[in-house]
Design a protein around this ligand. Structure first.
Ligand SMILES: NC(=O)c1ccc[n+]([C@@H]2O[C@H](COP(=O)([O-])OP(=O)(O)OC[C@H]3O[C@@H](n4cnc5c(N)ncnc54)[C@H](OP(=O)(O)O)[C@@H]3O)[C@@H](O)[C@H]2O)c1
Length: 328
């Protein structure tokens, strides 16, 4: 039997940290070997330190593990990071410096020119930026990030359209969460941009985002309006979504959904309550495609914020890195 790769979770007691614990419980390649959080949790059993919020039971083995200090000294070489941005900005470079592959969820380093911001179905090739990082050259360590939880669903729905028709201008109608709108705009341009040696040329389209927080347990819903460079019919747009697959599906990565984007015909879908768990939370669900009188088309996008938008996104990045030989 193949030995699993030991992995650690930074910020393991938080909401996203718990998702990592849940998604790694039966993972075929990775095994949780180390958990770290703040001083508040250090030294305590994980089951006591974490206020477990998920619907599945806390895994027995992990529940008994002791929470380690958040330093690289005793950490494994693969680290999933689920820290607040200000703490991530301090800790993630320390782990990369110490030779760890840091697969991060946080916004701290996402826009750094040499840090790949990756959705493997969309811009897997951007992982090559790893080779330009000073940590990589010095210790072998590096940082790879996944996008903000709102940008990820949006970009999964836009990527097939960008490939087939090209994006001209897109405007997204969704109202205020601090820095959320800025992240959606700049991250979408980096994700749909072109790798150019040691940096990514941002996608050449304009974007305007508005974000509102609403009382939903899980799931980010986005109302999107777009203009396409090459005009397409609704049939062609639906076909671009339906046929969209990429390397994660071809490589059969364990967390890759069979279909990254699913379109629902019913006029009142997608809805978080019924659609958020599609593809084990990794599929983006789209609905309500209709002509837009200002731009070209409008539609609704739904994706799971802590699975496809956080832990699942990082896990798929790590699976892709392993498949490409970046995890040793
Ligand atoms: N929640 C979401 O829907 C969502 C979705 C996508 C991305 N994200 C991003 O994921 C990251 C984590 O979010 P979250 O909602 O999981 O946050 P959270 O629930 O507040 O958890 C934060 C984690 O960081 C740990 N921590 C705090 N201060 C620390 C320190 N000085 N050193 C080491 N660890 C420390 C906490 O440990 P203690 O328990 O010991 O305090 C906890 O484990 C953020 O960057 C967030 O933007 C969140």
């Amino acid at each position: 039997m193949q030995t699993k790769i030991p992995v650690g979770i930074l910020g393991a007691t938080g909401i996203v940290g718990q998702r990592f614990v849940q998604m790694l419980e039966h993972h075929p390649w990775f095994e949780v070997a180390w958990l770290a959080a703040s001083d508040r949790s250090e030294g305590r059993a994980y089951g006591e330190a974490a206020r477990w919020r998920l619907k599945t039971a806390i895994p027995d083995k992990v529940s008994k593990m002791q929470v380690s200090p958040a330093t690289p000294a005793s950490a494994p070489k693969v680290i999933f990071a689920a820290l607040d941005a200000s703490i991530a900005a301090e800790l993630e470079p320390k782990f990369a410096e110490a030779g760890c592959a840091v697969v991060s969820n946080s916004s701290a380093l996402r826009m750094a020119p040499d840090v790949p911001l990756v959705i493997p179905e969309v811009n897997a090739g951007h992982v090559r930026l790893i080779e330009t990082q000073a940590w990589r050259k010095k210790s072998g360590g590096y940082v790879v990030t996944n996008p903000n939880c709102s940008a990820i669903g949006l970009v999964l729905a836009l990527a097939p359209l960008d490939r087939t028709f090209g994006l001209d201008i897109l405007g997204n109608v969704v109202p205020y969460i601090a820095k959320e709108e800025e992240k959606m705009e700049e991250e979408t341009q980096k994700l749909l941009g072109q790798l150019n040696g040691s940096h990514v040329e941002p996608g050449a389209f304009k974007m305007s985002a508005q974000c509102n927080r609403v009382a939903v347990e899980d799931g980010h819903t986005e109302s999107v309006s777009i203009r396409l460079k090459k005009k397409g019919s609704s049939v062609e747009i639906l076909e671009a979504w339906r046929s969209f697959t990429a390397e994660p599906q071809q490589l059969r990565l364990p967390s890759a959904p069979d279909q990254p984007v699913v379109y629902l015909e019913a006029p009142d879908r997608p809805q978080p309550r019924f659609d958020v768990d599609r593809g084990a939370g990794m599929t983006t669900t789209v609905g309500r495609l209709r002509p837009c009188k200002v731009l070209d088309w409008k539609f609704t996008v739904l994706s799971h914020n802590t699975i496809r938008g956080a832990a699942g996104a990082a896990l798929l990045n790590a699976e892709y890195l392993k498949a490409k030989g970046y995890l040793g």
